[in-house]
Design a protein around this ligand. Sequence first.
Ligand code: GLA
Length: 508
Amino acid sequence: MKNKTPFSLIFYLWLGLFTCSQIFAQGNPILLTPPMGWNSWNIFKENINENQIKEIADAMVSTGMRDAGYIYLNLDDNWMASSRDENGKLRADPQRFPSGMKALGDYIHGKGLKFGIYGDRGIRTCHHYHANMNSRSGSYGLETQDAETFASWGVDYLKYDNCDPSPGSNMQEDYANMSNALKNTGRDIAFSICAWGFHNWMPNTGNLWRTTGDISDKWDLEPGFFRGIINIIDENEGLASHAKPGKWNDPDMLQIGNGGCTNEEYKTQMSMWSIMAAPLLAGNDIRKMSSAIKDILLNKEIIAVNQDSAGIQGRRIKSINGVEVWVKPLGDANSNRKAIALLNRNGNTANFTLDITDIGYSATEQISFRDLWDKKDLGYFSGEFSTSIPSHGTNVYITDREVFIHKVPGLIPATQFSVMSGIQIESDSLENSNIGYINDGDWAAYQISITTANSYILIAKLATNSSQNSFMDLTLSDGSQLGSFEIDHNKSQGWRDWYLDTIDISLP
Ligand code: GLA
């Protein structure tokens, strides 16, 4: 646990540490983080209809799913009639979707959601291939027309399946044809390739691509087209290097809440899909989900791991007696934050000691652990971290080098800076940023990054143009006082006349 050895470390206090937002200026602007939403297939299969989908849209709002980030409402197979209209256009099944797809899209958009639909690269979609010999529900050769139809309905996302290919056709070309047709519509439509395995051309053609056969609501299955949660985790792992903002491995949709697995297994799906930066497409009947399932799908800290802007797919870095250690680096290149998953494949609870050097920190530094399922800060650990993990369960942590965020005595938004009044940032001759013009009632945030120990000498550059001494209090975020600098007017004759001063502080 926490190392109490006093250790004096002289470090520089940056006054005015403000980050600039980075503008992502590369590639397709769609899906810079993995898509989140709901898809009809896992729970309803081919049995979908207008009222039920509208109720799902309502439930996405009332359950808080939309506000947690689940914004795509995606129809899967069998929304369409098996025959096209008199102009050869795809059309909604008239019995099950009497108001048509444009109206449904409008309803979905009216709820603040995005509208996803399903198509196929071949002659017939997967369901129609089995159910209706005469169907022409696939888009082969009709890509331009179908993409325009989708765009005219306000479609935001297309899942494009791989059934019933036209004899002699080529998979890569078929997918490229639809990808180009979607781009030519001028509408931003995310393109989800569903061809049950990775090919090198896929990242250039789509925003995401299915890496495996279809997911079942099962933990573990014998090899075959239908896969269990643990099988898919294994198969998706090796493709990690292909994932990045706008481009995602798709290990298929969530089965969370569908009843075939334990809640621990569902927590593992949520945990591992997040660690693997996978699409989070719920596949349960969200109109009537239990609070336990809701808590799994709506765990905001786990979702934040999935949605981390770096878009790095986490990897398995170690496996010991059926317990796997997975690491997903978070944040930008300077960040030391990581999401760590400990996955227990065993049939019973595992007691496990993590060697902290395995997750990329040194053995001597203090590393903070926050448990994202228990929603608890566990404190600082050095060298080792021990815990227990339920059977088929996954513990997820955020770890970081020791970082304290304290406030003096609060936070000032950058928009409140002005040249002549309030706090402003100044550069000194060494190009250090300093904050200046602090008056009573002003406040600024500061951040200190420390890797070891808890007792320090804090050095600050101070300046004043006052004719009397003033005080700068350093206050922790809980309001308690860390220390105070007395700013000596005899040592500084103006705002830019800095001198160095030190105080001893002891961090909690
Ligand atoms: C394929 C896909 C599934 C689903 C069905 C629909 O099996 O892989 O995800 O879309 O088709 O028929």
